[in-house]
Design a protein around this ligand. Structure first.
Ligand code: FES
Length: 151
């Protein structure tokens, strides 16, 4: 059901792991399936110079996170927030319809890392990002309290 490019990113995911001195860390859980992805970004002179991710998710979530770490490199944080699910899908040569939401999981976790960066810098952030974080964070805290290991 997946094309060869998706499988290639799944078998050899780019930039998996953590950035120790990250400027922004974001995490998101899919409303659709409960899969979780976490993103770390390093920013220099307003540009994302490094991005890493980890996911507890499906084949497509691995591939989407992988390709997104490549798409976002050398983009400004504003440009990073303008990356769309269509950009991710195009970069992967498409995903089966039931897996389209996996691209949103990667994008939402990246956006949360950008939000984290903006808040740390004391820069105002788009309300939509703040609202998403406020909606998801309590769920993640609750899961951790119940003993789930998240990433
Ligand atoms: S099935 Fe939900 S992220 Fe892939």
């Amino acid at each position: 059901m997946y094309n060869e490019k998706v499988f290639e990113h799944y078998r050899n995911p780019r930039n998996v792991g953590e950035i120790e001195d990250a400027d922004g860390i974001g995490v998101y859980m899919s409303d659709f399936c409960g899969d979780i992805t976490k993103f770390w970004i390093k920013v220099a002179e307003g540009k994302i110079v490094e991005a890493k991710y980890k996911t507890q998710g499906c084949v497509a979530s691995v591939a989407c996170g992988s390709v997104l770490t490549e798409l976002v490199r050398n983009k400004t944080v504003e440009e990073a927030l303008r990356i769309t699910k269509e950009d991710v899908l195009d970069a992967l040569g498409g995903l089966p319809e039931p897996k389209i939401h996996c691209s949103m999981l990667a994008l939402d976790s990246l956006s949360d890392a950008v939000l984290d960066y903006l808040l740390k810098k004391g820069v105002s952030a788009p309300d939509t990002l703040v609202e998403k974080r406020e909606r998801i964070k309590p769920l993640l805290v609750e899961m951790e309290k119940k003993g789930y290991v998240l990433i």
